[in-house]
Ligand binder design. Sequence first.
Ligand code: AMP
Length: 364
Amino acid sequence: MSAASAIIAPGSTIGILGGGQLGRMTALAAAVLGYRCHIFAPDLDPPAGQVAATTTRAAYDDFDALARFADSVSVVTFEFENVAVAAAEFLAGRVPVRPNSGALATASDRLREKRFLDRVGVATTAYAGVAGAAEAVAARAAIPGPAILKTNREGYDGKGQIRLAPGDDVAAAWRRLGTVDAILEAMVDFACEVSVVVARGVDGGVASYVPAENTHVDGILATTRAPARIAPAVAAEATRAARAVADGLDYVGVLALEMFVTRDGRVLANEIAPRPHNSGHWTIDGCIVSQFEQHVRAVCGLPLGDPERHSDAIMENLIGDQIERFPALVREPETRVHLYGKTAVRAGRKMGHVTRVFARGSLG
Ligand code: AMP
């Protein structure tokens, strides 16, 4: 057996960069398979640390702490893409890092991501890279309709974005964005937004969940419905696109591809999330093997589980003060409530989610 395909056995410790709810749910799934997790995060009392064997509190550029972390784990993964690529590259010299740091670099830069999607044959909306006010004006001439200017890096959940209507002052928008590089995208008049969560193992095998349909409020995911209400050919194209991304990145682990479905049935990729994704939370309650267990299986070199759903599902995020609905929700016997152990409530903060399951086939 080659080193690349060696199994990391239960009992070993998985290192996770990042301490949020995705790390928390990954650590819970890892525990079911007999693994320990070591969380590395700069925050005080990270949600993932509450359910992990060990937590290191340090900055992502603290290379001494990263070296000690690498020595204490058998494999490293991450739970959000804004982890410094430099940290992932440093760790990769010492311990397997899955997914690879190149995938992280591609997914954490919107322009690089769009160019990668072009290369692997996945369609996107019209876009142009922008570095400076003059380039913003030129890009706007090429993409004149409703558009959206986004920072290339560290924008997520609708942050770092300015929407532009025809006639809006693009140079002023560029200055307001306050960045050095950005991307201008044509606004898509979509029929719906969908995502496909796909796992890819060390042997290159893939397993994808059924496309899910997402709604966003203020750029933040509000609800996911699985399966999405789309034609079979559209679902097949969305699935093909997600698999092409996983193969093209030589990916190991779970990723999500977020896509728009246009009114004429085209599928346009918006964003790659190189990690388990909020739109895959329904798989905990709707599938035998959740996206989090699938991620653990992939990064540990285990065979992937079956991604088929046993139930249809609707997932609803609890954002900010929606957490106050907890007493009522927990009284609904058929609603699965998941809370992330966060004490401070802030507007836009993901505090938990609920999933309601339905007989398979009843929502599709
Ligand atoms: P993002 O941060 O790129 O995932 O954007 C957050 C949300 O903003 C998306 O899920 C869409 O609802 C909306 N959005 C972003 N880019 C576009 C676009 N080019 N056309 C239409 N809606 C968009």
